[in-house]
Write a new protein. Structure first.
Lengths: 236, 397
């Protein structure tokens, strides 16, 4: 089996100091392989978002180790620009709301990432159009964000997350605002992309509609994770 | 690379342009204020130059007729004329007063001069020069008078026989030129009641109205109503002579103050216009501060309105400098729009002003630099706000 794309070992995150300190993560262990879509579920305040922020290289864990694609993040000597490059090139983010840049059109929203990575404009735009086509929104490529429907916006957001072909995608409640049919469509897309590109995808969710589709689920409770086998209900 | 600033501006183009236009009007006012000052200085210089004098001779210890009262005998020119290097002299008087045309009153500076000598208007745009000894006038076009108009100065009526242009004081009052004798009379001419009152007072004064000294009362009365003074003597130096040296000779031998035309310009610009310049300067400072505050507020609001987008941009790996450049470019764009609108507005409304507004290209260039500097400063507050945005905010929680 291939080396895991994401490995968390005894990950601890503590906010504050002294007696008022709050330990949001209390030694999380997790491994996700390329091409795998796993669920991360848990009640509010259980540490899901903290875990996502640690994985997304936006906050530094207090203790433990995060290995993304074989590279240990927040290791000695890591600088802000390294984290920025890591987020840009190796992690894709999908949010609960699309959070697209409203003053860019659909293509520009997607092409921005390859451009930030230094790819020529034409290459970046071609890549954007390709991935928008994969997600069946190529016909809306030139549309302003405000002119897109909610579903179209979410697809563009997914396209943006995958624009740099990252080995890891972190999705924070990507189906929350969608009805069942659209939520399952999004999951279908994520599974297909994971399969096609070998991307490891972690989906944080509360959504009962999609939980049965995961093969592996990590329950997070009181800052610790417990892995269980999911139903893996077919999406096709 | 996509230009984020252009895309962002395009999204809220109307608001952005309106802000630019608003800023432009402020810049227009700033340019106009500078133009007012330039106009004042230019008017003063034009007035002095058109007098055609190399030296202005005025009362000792005074700064001349435009800065403070100056009074010298109207025969002083004879002794000045006799000095080496003096080619021509001319007596002049200046008096600011209300000049009436029918029911209309115009505030003007009435200048008395001797036709054919230094001090007469350098050129006419209509009519002819004064040819009679009395009651003919040449008016600046800004007075609104036309050739043939009958105007009243004190008790006498004058006919406007010629018009000149750009002959206004540094205060913007148009000049009206009349023969010297008329001007001297106008300076001291009293109304009939005042003359009668003065005669009665003299007649009741036993020191003057002495029974044993016939003619004393009439002589004193005559002295009190006659004016043998002028405000300045204008001197034209002979070819090959240095005006500064001739002026030094006049100061040394005639106990009078003598300014070269360059010194007189300095007196006008440095003394008479100085306070106005300071006032305008303060207005310029206030307007600049207001402009910076407006741009800062707009840029801050624009930035505050897209904090979520900035957080997302940072999360996906956008450099801080790319975000800062977006905000700076938007601010500079406002400055450029503001400058062009302001310059155009100033050119548009300058002719409507009653005073001469002189818009110089170098002032426009200064305004552009100032506008861009102000916008750069104003953008700092927005940039600071954007740079403090934590990319983790995009994830929420």
């Amino acid at each position: 089996m291939a080396e895991p794309a994401i490995v968390l070992e005894r990950l601890v995150k503590r906010y504050g100091k002294g007696p008022t300190a709050v330990e949001a993560l209390k030694g999380v262990d997790m491994a996700v392989h390329p091409g795998e879509v796993v669920g991360l579920i848990g009640p509010s305040g259980s540490g899901k978002t903290t875990l996502l922020k640690c994985l997304g290289a936006v906050i530094e864990p207090t203790a433990g180790k995060i290995t993304l694609g074989g590279e240990v993040t927040f290791d000695q000597g890591w600088k802000v620009r390294d984290l920025r490059a890591l987020r840009r090139d190796r992690i894709g983010f999908i949010f609960q709301a699309p959070y697209l840049i409203p003053f860019l059109d659909a293509t520009e929203n997607v092409a921005l990432l390859p451009m930030l990575a230094g790819r020529p404009d034409a290459v970046a735009r071609a890549r954007a159009l390709e991935i928008l086509g994969t997600l069946d929104v190529a016909h809306r490529a030139a549309a302003r964000i405000s002119a897109l429907s909610g579903g179209e916006q979410q697809r563009v957001a997914i396209a943006r997350a995958l624009a740099n072909k990252p080995p890891i995608v972190l999705a924070d409640e990507p189906t929350a605002p969608l009805d069942s049919e659209r939520a399952l469509t999004v999951m279908r897309i994520l599974n297909r992309l994971a399969c096609d590109y070998g991307t490891a995808i972690i989906v944080v969710t509360h959504d009962e509609k999609i939980i049965p589709t995961f093969r592996r689920i990590f329950h997070i409770r009181d800052g610790r994770t417990v892995e269980e086998r999911g139903d893996g209900r077919p999406l096709y | 690379m996509i230009n984020l600033a252009i895309r962002d501006v395009r999204q809220s183009l109307g608001r952005y342009l309106l802000t630019g236009v608003g800023l432009g009007l402020l810049i227009g006012v700033t340019l106009t204020m500078a133009g007012v000052y330039r106009g004042m200085a230019d008017d003063a210089q034009t007035l002095l130059r058109s007098a055609g004098a190399d030296i202005w001779v005025v009362q000792q210890h005074t700064l001349g007729p435009f800065a403070e009262p100056s009074s010298i005998h109207d025969d002083a020119w004879r002794s000045i004329r006799g000095l080496p290097g003096v080619a021509e002299t001319g007596n002049v008087t200046f008096l600011t007063m209300q000049v009436a045309k029918g029911a209309q009153d115009v505030r003007a500076m009435v200048a008395g001069y001797e036709p054919g000598r230094p001090g007469e208007p350098a050129f006419l745009i209509a009519g002819r020069p004064v040819t009679r000894s009395h009651y003919e006038a040449i008016a600046d076009a800004q007075s609104g008078f036309a050739v043939g108009d009958r105007i009243r100065i004190r008790r006498h009526e004058y006919t406007v026989v010629g018009l000149t242009r750009r002959m206004v004081t540094s205060g913007g009052d148009p000049m009206i030129f009349i023969p010297l004798k008329d001007a001297q009379e106008a300076q001291f001419l009293k109304d009939n009641d005042a003359v009668r009152e003065e005669r009665n007072r003299l007649a009741q004064n036993p020191a003057i109205n002495r029974p044993g000294v016939p003619g004393l009362l009439e002589a004193v009365g005559e002295l009190q109503t006659a004016n043998r003074y002028v405000n300045a003597v204008l001197v034209r130096v002979a070819p090959g002579w240095d005006a500064g040296e001739v002026a030094a000779e006049i100061r040394r031998w005639r106990r009078l103050q003598a300014f070269t035309s360059a010194e007189m310009e300095q007196v006008l610009v440095g003394t008479v216009i100085e306070r106005a310049a300071k006032q305008i300067g303060l207005f310029l400072v206030i307007l600049t501060i207001v402009s910076i505050a407006i741009v800062a507020f707009i840029i801050y609001s624009m930035t505050a309105g897209k904090l979520r987008e900035i957080a997302v941009l940072k999360l996906i790996g956008t450099r801080n400098r790319t975000i800062a450049a977006m905000i700076l470019q938007e601010a500079l764009g406002l400055g450029v729009i503001g400058f062009f609108v302001g310059r155009h507005a100033a050119q548009l409304w300058a002719p409507v002003f009653p005073r001469h507004i002189l818009l110089l290209p170098e002032d426009a260039l200064r305004a552009l630099v100032l506008a861009l500097t102000a916008c750069t400063l104003a953008s700092l507050i927005g940039i600071r706000l954007a740079l403090r945005v934590d990319p983790a905010e995009a994830i929420g929680g």
